[in-house]
Design a binder for this molecule. Structure first.
Ligand code: NAP
Length: 259
């Protein structure tokens, strides 16, 4: 299936590793030009070079913290008119809600709610004017099934989800869609980092902890970043213009509900 987005410009945030990188790779395979963003220069440039070498597409790498106004300014200067926007940032740390301060909450809201909203605000009018736009927000399965220790994430992402539901119906008549992709457990550095922390508390080895988590999922495994990236690319395709305001859960069937 050709996705009909060759030559489109995609801004993919938090994309030197993990799910963001996988989205960038899938879009590059479809011929999109890319702007990639991350804070660590060495990893970002290595990813940009790997994607150029594998696909031949044009890749611009912007070293920036996407959660700050200054970082977003740099990114939007490099890529003022994306056709495709994939919002993403690191997730908040796990913990106990008794310990979270106002500053902790503001950091989570900045990263996982207000940053995507600011990026949408800065780019959606241009998409509407050009009559093509695809916005995909990487959120979390915690939007459907909150995870107690990830309360900062549950709260911030729920706020973004509500906002997106409100505007996604206003842009679709202009061929601009806005959807959220909700990852369950995907095999990335973040998942392994969280599992390592859990293992250090439980006395299990990291491999035991990972295996227990794999077996807890109906699929008996973690998702691969490539699976996530390809789902993102489909939501960004020409064919997906009638899909908007949706929350697509990718969790191997872990969420047990009908809807
Ligand atoms: P990851 O493997 O740790 O990769 C995170 C990427 O984001 C890196 O490229 C990192 O590079 C970049 N990044 C982080 N903070 C940034 C910032 N402030 N500005 C710019 N770039 C930033 O994480 P992941 O597993 O792909 O997770 C991506 C998102 O999905 C997170 O919000 C996570 O909570 C959510 N999620 C993941 C899973 C999962 O199973 N993996 C499940 C549910 C939700 P630098 O550190 O160099 O900036």
């Amino acid at each position: 299936m050709q996705l009909g987005i060759e030559g489109r410009h995609a801004l993919v945030c938090a994309s030197s590793k993990g799910l963001g990188r996988a989205c960038a790779e899938s879009l590059a395979r479809e011929g999109c030009q890319l702007t990639l963003v991350a804070r660590t220069e060495s990893t970002l440039h290595a990813t940009a070079q790997a994607i150029r070498a594998a696909t031949g597409v044009q890749v611009t790498a912007v070293v920036a913290d996407i959660t700050t106004p200054a970082g977003r300014g740099l990114v939007l200067q490099a890529c003022p008119q994306p056709d495709i926007l994939v919002t993403n940032a690191g997730g908040p740390p796990p913990g106990d809600f008794h310990d979270w301060t106002r500053e902790d909450w503001l950091a989570a809201l900045d990263a996982n709610m207000l940053t995507p909203i600011e990026l949408i605000k800065a780019t959606v009018d241009g998409m509407v004017a050009r009559r093509f736009g695809r916005i995909v927000n990487i959120t979390s399965s915690a939007v459907k099934a909150p995870i107690d220790v990830l309360g900062l994430s549950n709260g911030a992402r729920a706020g973004l989800t509500g906002f997106v539901a409100g505007i996604a119906r206003k842009t679709v008549a202009h061929n601009v869609t806005i959807n959220n992709l909700l990852p369950g457990p995907f095999d990335t550095d973040r998942l392994r980092g969280n599992a390592a922390k859990a293992a250090s508390h439980s006395g299990r080895t990291l491999e035991q902890e990972l295996e227990q988590r794999r077996q807890a999922n109906p699929a008996g495994r973690f998702g691969t970043p490539a699976e996530f990236g390809d789902a993102c690319a489909f939501l960004c395709s020409a064919q997906a213009g009638f899909i908007t305001g949706q929350n697509l859960l990718m969790d191997g069937g872990a969420f047990p509900g009908v809807l």
